[in-house]
Design a protein around this ligand. Structure first.
Ligand code: R5P
Length: 270
């Protein structure tokens, strides 16, 4: 592997082989998502506990302090919105030159397997890999499910992850599923990270799925809303960090969460 590629990947995947990515890219199709109205403010107390942040160039430039941040995973696809016709109709929005200028450690694009624009999004990924490999920049493929949550089952997720890896993604982001997640990871020859999806009511649910997904081979998470939409977002990210990097069980993570929450979690002040 080229030095540059290896160096960038090592900024993302830590020495223990694990990763905690914090995505705040949701505005690229959802607009000012709840608790991400001011992304800089939301993310600031969380940054010390993240291994990398995932976001678009616009939010990076305007909301993130270039002298005090974490490795950047630059979201380079978009062009759709929640009120538009089809979320899968994405194009590449950001050039590789721009990614280099912004000192990105990786770039990411979504693929929508099984959608009307499957072929376009897969070719977006393939072309992005062609360009990024020239400069030693890893591409993270985001296996998107659009609005169809029922697609989060093992057979479908395994299909998406494998295709992303075959097209050259260096890391793949997918969703966790209770049944057969080990098959999703096993069928994907590159590291897999799990997204969190919409915010759930109880934090233990999140700790349990992250723990289980890691036992089944995922290297970590690319998890946003269940951290920063939580009233105690610092407690959430600290507890998740313990599962990912310190082998904490869901019970131990819950204890960490409770302790941090009780002491002083000032993560989000309204
Ligand atoms: C979608 O907006 C992005 O790909 C997110 O980065 C991804 O879905 C992970 O975020 P969350 O944990 O909120 O689902």
């Amino acid at each position: 592997m080229d030095w540059g590629m290896e160096n960038r990947l090592s900024q993302l995947i830590q020495r223990d082989g694990r990763s905690l990515f914090l995505p705040i890219d949701h505005g690229y199709f959802q607009g000012p998502t709840h608790r991400l109205e001011e992304p800089g403010k939301t993310v600031e107390p969380l940054l010390p506990y993240a291994d990398a942040i995932m976001l678009t160039r616009g939010v990076l430039r305007s909301c993130i302090d270039p002298t005090n941040t974490k490795p950047i995973i630059l979201r380079v696809s978009g062009g759709t919105s929640v009120v538009g016709e089809d979320l899968s109709h994405e194009g590449i929005t950001t050039s590789v030159n721009e990614a280099i200028r912004l000192n990105a450690s990786a770039v990411s694009t979504s693929i929508f397997v099984g959608s009307k624009y499957e072929q376009e999004t897969l070719m977006n990924l393939a072309e992005l890999v062609n360009q990024c490999e020239e400069y030693g920049i890893p591409v993270m493929a985001v296996t998107a499910v659009g609005r169809e949550l029922e697609k989060r089952e093992a057979r479908y997720l395994a299909l998406c992850c494998r295709i992303a890896a075959e097209l050259g993604a260096r890391v793949v982001k997918t969703y966790y599923c209770k049944e057969g997640f080990e098959k999703v990871v096993k069928g994907c020859p590159v590291p897999v990270v799990m997204a969190g999806g919409p915010k759930v009511d109880s934090e233990i649910e999140v700790f349990e799925f992250v723990y289980d997904g890691i036992q089944k081979g995922a290297i970590g998470v690319n998890l946003g809303r269940n951290v920063w939409q939580h009233d105690s977002s610092v407690a959430m990210i600290k507890a998740l960090r313990a599962i990912i990097h310190e082998k904490a069980t869901p019970k131990e993570a819950q204890k960490i969460f409770d302790d941090v929450k009780v002491t002083k979690d000032i993560s989000y002040q309204r």
